[in-house]
Design a protein around this ligand. Structure first.
Ligand code: URA
Length: 252
């Protein structure tokens, strides 16, 4: 955000904030305001010229929250198998920090949102937004995550129900929200698991408990964010809608 957009907390005209956030030109932003599509701190603002403090205001356009601070970074990373979920590894093993090293070297204080096991691949969010990250990890908000697991054995029909009903693990009961058998081939099954909790090794432990040890595990979705066909080891910036949906999922 530039100085002129009120980084110091000084009030700024709403249409100017919207234009600087890249929502629309200033003229088109005035139109959005006039049509009642812009909300500030929970109230629709229709008058022109209203000034708000961009450092504290929660602004939504059509219900979608606008991120006003350009210093905030939201990345979707495809963690390769064998990489440790840490920003720097004391033992020099490959880690997530290596994949975003250019950004960290440039001064961005990035951290990963939760963890994936070293042996797990797939979607890991990386950000410098402490509040969002904290909430995404907090048990009271935990968002839904989707995994594809290849397991040893031919998964039987009753397994999904068992996992949805819940099983007892050593640190307490656990259950999945959804379970589907996607493919069975040469004594292995590919299954899709959706759950919202984040205990350590939770998917591996759940599948082990019902008799199907995990051979490989990939996280393909975290809340509103999907991995898609992103190359292993690459990252991309989340789009405005994805960030806004993550905010909404944790009540921000
Ligand atoms: N569950 C696991 O078992 N491992 C992960 O990395 C994530 C979820």
């Amino acid at each position: 955000m530039t100085e002129s957009a009120g980084r110091d907390g000084s009030p700024v005209r709403l249409q100017k904030i919207l234009a600087q956030a890249g929502i629309a030109s200033r003229r088109a932003s005035e139109d959005l305001i006039a049509r009642g599509r812009v909300e500030v701190n929970g109230k629709i603002v229709r008058e022109m010229g209203v000034k708000v403090d961009p450092t504290t205001a929660v602004i939504r356009v059509d219900g979608t929250r606008i991120v006003l601070d350009d210093d905030l970074v939201y990345l979707a990373l495809n963690k390769p198998r064998g990489y440790h979920t840490t920003m720097s590894d004391e033992m020099g093993r490959p880690c997530v920090g290596d994949l975003v090293a250019d950004r960290v070297d440039a001064g961005q204080r990035l951290f990963h949102v939760g963890r994936l096991d070293a042996d797990t691949e797939g979607l890991l969010l990386v950000t410098n937004d402490g509040e969002l990250s904290h909430r995404l990890m907090h048990p009271s908000y935990e968002v839904s995550k989707t995994y594809m697991a290849t397991v040893t054995g031919v998964v039987g029909k009753g397994v999904g129900k068992k996992l949805r009903d819940g099983v007892e693990l050593e640190d307490g009961p656990a259950k999945v929200d959804q379970f589907a058998i996607v493919d069975v081939h040469e004594g292995r099954s590919l299954v899709k698991v959706v759950l919202h909790e984040g205990r350590k090794h939770i998917v591996r432990r759940l599948l082990d408990e019902v008799g199907y040890p995990v051979e490989s595990l990939v996280r393909i979705r975290f809340g509103a964010v999907a991995l898609g066909d992103q190359r292993a080891g690459s990252f991309r910036k989340l789009n405005r809608k994805e960030v806004s949906d993550l905010y909404a999922a944790v009540g921000l």
